[in-house]
Design a protein around this ligand. Structure first.
Ligand code: PEP
Ligand code: MN
Length: 336
């Protein structure tokens, strides 16, 4: 259950919390810039929700059955639109984020940025802090990488997104980028989720590689209950018994998320498949399934990439994909 309040006083909030507590319900108050809400968990049969609407300061009560409250479609019927520069996630457009897995040098990122922008990408990506499975693999250029992506983003005129792997680095990364990415391995790093909630930057929240849809939405709830509702979900494939592809891209998650939540959901077919050959067809399948955007790894010379070369498109492959997507999105009544 969620209790919405209109500019309440501290006293009014406490009266609601006390009433919930007397009935054995667990109440939490969340105040963001425009509203105060109280979430109540527990056995709702113990209380009469409509009585709360008679209390001073209370606007209305919404019954939300799911454990994620703020992320649920029950709480908010209309789609959330997250805007980052010219990219709008959750509307009729399908923004495409493109760039290399890792930032390797100014030239590598600049060349990629120019190429993907010319082909129609509206955001540039690149990792400065790389969460690698092996400690011996390239770990990213770190702060130097952040400076490169900030400079290239300005130079080519694209907003930028980069991954944050450590709560202690959130402030530094937020100073350099327009959107913070939480990677699959950190989807349940709750300390990190709480820290990005207070960074007040849009967040790209990737699905954990073994996370259920509910766990993924609960991760979004951590960010939203921390006062940041600018969350874009990203399906990037999950672990299954299949080993031919790097992951199994769960495209069913797209319509399911759109049913359960008002948050935008985009798809990353690069990590979802692990091989550049499958990126084009699965990008198109994602759009057909209703995705609100795409994230595609592009490298000017994939065979020399320091990370994820096998799944990276060349700028030429990417331009070809964008032109094919243009035809598809038009047929679907949407646009890139
Ligand atoms: C990435 O986007 O480069 C990345 C590491 O993704 P994921 O967290 O989905 O593996
Ligand atoms: Mn990658």
């Amino acid at each position: 259950m969620i209790i919405m309040m209109n500019a309440p006083t501290i006293d009014q909030i406490n009266r609601v919390l006390d009433k919930l507590c007397q009935l054995g319900l667990d109440g939490h108050s969340i105040t963001s810039s425009d509203k105060t809400i109280i979430t109540a968990n527990g056995d709702l049969s113990a209380c009469q929700p409509e009585l709360y609407e008679r209390m001073p300061g209370v606007d209305r009560v919404v019954i939300v059955e799911t454990p994620y409250k703020l992320a649920s479609r029950e709480y908010q019927k209309k789609n959330t639109v997250v805007t980052v520069g010219n990219a709008c996630f959750g509307g009729s457009n399908i923004p495409v984020i493109a760039g290399p897995c890792a930032i390797e040098s100014y030239n590598q990122l600049y060349q990629t940025g120019v190429g993907v922008k010319a082909a129609g990408a509206v955001m540039l990506r690149g990792g400065a802090y790389k969460p690698r499975s092996s400690p011996y693999s390239f770990q990213g250029l770190e702060k130097e990488g952040l400076e490169i992506i900030k400079a290239v983003g300005r130079e080519v005129g694209l907003p930028i997104v980069s991954e944050v792997t450590d709560p202690r680095k959130v402030e530094l990364i937020a100073e350099h980028v327009d959107m913070l990415q939480i990677g699959t391995r950190n989807m349940q790093n709750f300390v990190l989720l709480k820290e990005v909630a207070s960074a007040q930057k849009p967040v790209l929240l990737k699905r954990g590689l073994a996370a259920t849809i509910e766990e993924w939405l609960m991760a979004a709830e951590y960010i939203m209950s921390g006062g940041n509702n600018q969350v874009v979900l990203c399906e990037r494939g999950i672990r299954t018994y299949e080993t031919y592809t790097r992951n199994t891209l769960d495209l069913t998650a797209v319509p399911v998320i759109k049913h359960l939540s008002h948050l935008p959901v985009i798809v990353d077919p690069s990590h979802g498949t692990g091989n550049w050959r499958w990126v084009n067809p699965m990008a198109k399948a994602s759009v057909a399934a209703g995705a609100d955007g795409l994230l595609i790894e592009v490298h000017p010379c994939p065979e020399e990439a320091l990370s994820d070369g096998p799944q990276s498109l060349t700028p030429g492959n990417f331009a070809q994909l964008m032109s094919e997507l243009d035809t598809l999105t038009t047929a679907l009544g949407r646009s890139l």
